[in-house]
Design a protein around this ligand. Structure first.
Ligand SMILES: [Zn+2]
Length: 85
């Protein structure tokens, strides 16, 4: 599903851990240093999907606002266009 490196930081010791191969949704990633349980693959995917959705949404909103502002500036710069289109 995700092509980027599937890196996860351990919440206990902050070490970098990685999902390998093709984990099942119920597989749990354990820290290779302190052996703490980090998250199930299902939780990881949901987490990643949510962060990605938030990032895309933030980008979309920013783009939308700047486009609206550009349009508004164009309209304000040429008010006669609204009267005699
Ligand atoms: Zn750890």
């Amino acid at each position: 599903m995700f092509q980027r490196p599937r890196k996860v930081a351990c919440p206990e010791c902050s070490a970098s851990n990685y999902w390998k191969a093709n984990p099942k949704p119920t597989d749990v990633l354990h820290c290779r240093y302190c052996r703490a349980a980090i998250a199930s693959y299902d939780e990881y995917v949901q987490d990643t999907a949510q962060r990605e959705a938030e990032r895309l949404l933030a980008e979309f909103v920013e783009t939308d606002i700047s486009r609206d502002l550009a349009h508004l500036k164009a309209v304000l710069a040429a008010p006669e266009q609204r009267v005699n289109p």
